[in-house]
Design a protein around this ligand. Structure first.
Ligand code: SF4
Length: 578
């Protein structure tokens, strides 16, 4: 990974590309790379859909090696949804393939005149940027079917669906999984809209003829990877819960904790949650001939994913994740897994974030467009997004826009981005993360649900404000560092609970680069990323007043615990004091 590919989509006479040495960005991967380039090269006051914005695609620093779990790809830009810096990462095959091709990043710059649509093909033989207007208006599934016939079997694809072409604010970038299905999405923050603004419909990556990246010390690397995998397998969350039931194992847990946002964040318990739990979902998948344990990329040993089929055993979608099951399920009062699976497929096909879309549907229900619990109505609403109707475009711009258009006060967003499946009143630690992260409400930016509810990585009372700021701060720092390695964030559970597994990861990174790495180095990396991101957001106009939850979380107690969010503004302002 010693080079960066820059494609100027707005060059005179048509797109031009050049490959340059990685230079000052050497050694960076994933989020560290995307945020460094965006901070340095993008004007913070630019229009996110304009020529001045850039879309940076970067594999993690361990991607393309034999390190387990290292296949996350990061995409960064100024977000059209939040107006701040954005890093959104996904699984799928793209990171491993791009890293083996030797690219530390692809940077899409500029913006073409006219309405031609482009595809970019990258292989060991070089780069081709070509017009392909036959791809216009294709949703992700038919798009991949069409492209698959034209490229090598090894190719990985990063694409936008119709939502990206329409530049909708919740548009995602799809990454194909090992079965070449467009199921893994850089979902958050409207990265797909930025790719659409640059008129790039598909990036095709083919690593035929390329080899794995070799560590400096192969023996130490292999040994560390073995210890790392042992650590993943012995931890109850990554070794048992996630492989057996997927992320949706959390439905019953969060519902029991009274922290499961229901009916657009009105209550913390959904009476029909058991119908859509991970346990029921896995049983149904296996009974119907689907798959309950599956990796979203080769090299994943946790395998939290799966394949959801209908009652005749026909493919519907990948196993919907907990956040999706919640956003389209309990959040909207829907308790039918087949309806939720259909909505998940529609989101992936049109290319929109399942969380912001589910939250938008919840807000639309609050506005009275359809009643809570109306599954068929929810499907009709999401289909409007694919059709590009005015209503569909509103919903495809996420919960905040939907709330503004329909005059709804209860809109669960921070910095324009929808919250996830944890109510910040009954999990106060996640409220601190939602409020303060550079990314807009994003549970993954500092997953305080671990110490608050799962009792992993610490033990804090979720209903009390004490200790939450410090916990969120530490988790945000650690997450920024993990997001730079290409490692799936689920490794954080054993890393935080088992010192020997954390040491194994340090040893693995160290053996790869031929250095000795310490925990302090990881902390320093995480802090440096957050500092860059905070500074970008400040220059984009964000102040401490943007690090706040919507006021209804401070005014409306949530049943069953009847609590409000109690972390003070003064304490929220201390998150980045280190
Ligand atoms: S644990 Fe799940 S999300 Fe993470 S890499 Fe594996 S399948 Fe993908």
């Amino acid at each position: 990974m010693d080079k960066i590919l820059r494609v100027d989509m707005g060059a005179e006479g048509g797109p031009k590309f050049k490959t340059e040495p990685v230079g000052e960005f050497a050694g960076l991967g994933g989020r560290a790379m995307t945020s460094a380039i965006i901070s340095k090269e993008v004007h913070p006051l630019c229009h996110p859909l304009g020529a001045e914005n850039k879309l940076v695609i970067a594999p993690g620093s361990l991607s393309g090696t034999s390190a387990s779990m290292s296949g996350r790809i990061s995409v960064g830009c100024k977000s059209p949804l939040t107006g701040g810096i954005k890093e959104s990462n996904a699984g799928g095959q793209a990171a491993q393939v791009l890293a083996r091709l030797g690219y530390a990043a692809i940077v899409l710059e500029g913006k073409p005149e006219g309405d031609d649509l482009y595809k970019i093909f990258i292989s060991k033989d070089g780069v081709e940027v070509s017009v392909d207007n036959s791809l216009k208006n294709l949703p992700n599934y038919p798009l991949i079917e069409k492209l698959k016939g034209q490229y090598n079997d090894r190719a990985a694809y990063m694409t936008i669906g119709t939502a990206g072409e329409m530049k909708l604010l919740a548009a995602s970038i799809a990454c194909t999984d090992p079965e070449k299905r467009p199921t893994r999405h850089c979902g958050r923050g409207g990265t797909g809209a930025v790719m659409g603004a640059k008129r790039v419909k598909a990036i095709i990556l083919d690593d035929t003829g390329m080899k794995m990246r070799e560590p400096k010390d192969p023996e130490k690397f292999r040994n560390a990877n073995r210890r790392f995998v042992e650590g993943l397998r012995k931890h109850p969350i990554t070794g048992e819960g996630l492989p057996a039931y997927g992320t949706n194992v959390l439905t019953n847990v969060l519902n029991e904790a009274g922290a499961y946002p229901t009916h657009n964040f009105r209550t913390g318990r959904f009476e029909n949650a058991a119908n859509i739990s991970g346990e029921v979902q896995a049983e149904l998948e296996v009974k119907r001939g689907g798959i309950a344990t599956h990796g979203c990329h080769r090299g994943c040993v946790i395998q939290c994913s799966g394949v959801y089929v209908d009652k005749d055993g026909k493919y519907v979608t990948k196993q919907p994740e907990y956040e999706t099951v919640w956003a389209h399920g309990g959040n909207c009062g829907i308790d039918d897994l087949d309806v939720i699976a259909r909505l998940d497929f529609l989101d992936d096909n049109f290319g929109v974030d399942t969380m912001d879309t589910g939250a938008a549907v919840g807000v639309a229900m609050e506005a009275g467009l359809i009643p809570f619990g109306d599954g068929a109505g929810a499907i009709r609403l999401v289909e409007e997004i694919g059709k590009g109707t005015p209503l569909g475009r509103i919903l495809g711009c996420g919960a905040e826009v939907t709330g503004k258009v329909f005059g709804v006060e209860r809109v669960p967003v921070v910095k324009g981005q929808a919250m996830a499946a944890y109510d910040p009143r009954s999990v106060m630690g996640i409220g601190v993360t939602y409020a303060t992260t550079t990314q807009g409400a994003d549970h993954t930016a500092g997953y305080s649900v671990g110490p608050n509810v799962l009792k992993s990585g610490g033990d804090l009372d979720p209903l009390k404000p004490e200790g939450q700021v410090e916990m969120s701060r530490n988790l945000q720092i650690a997450t920024a560092a993990v997001d730079s390695t290409g490692m799936c964030l689920f490794i954080a559970f054993p890393l935080l609970d088992q010192p020997e597994t954390f040491q194994a990861l340090l040893d693995m990174i160290g053996a790869f680069h031929g250095i000795t790495l310490t925990g302090d180095d990881v902390t320093a990396l995480g802090k440096s990323i957050l500092k860059m991101e905070r500074e970008f957001n400040t220059r984009a106009g964000f102040t401490k007043h943007h690090d706040r939850l919507p006021r209804f979380f401070l005014k409306e107690p949530i049943p069953p615990h009847n609590v409000t969010f109690q972390v003070t503004d003064e304490d929220l302002d201390k998150v980045f004091n280190w």
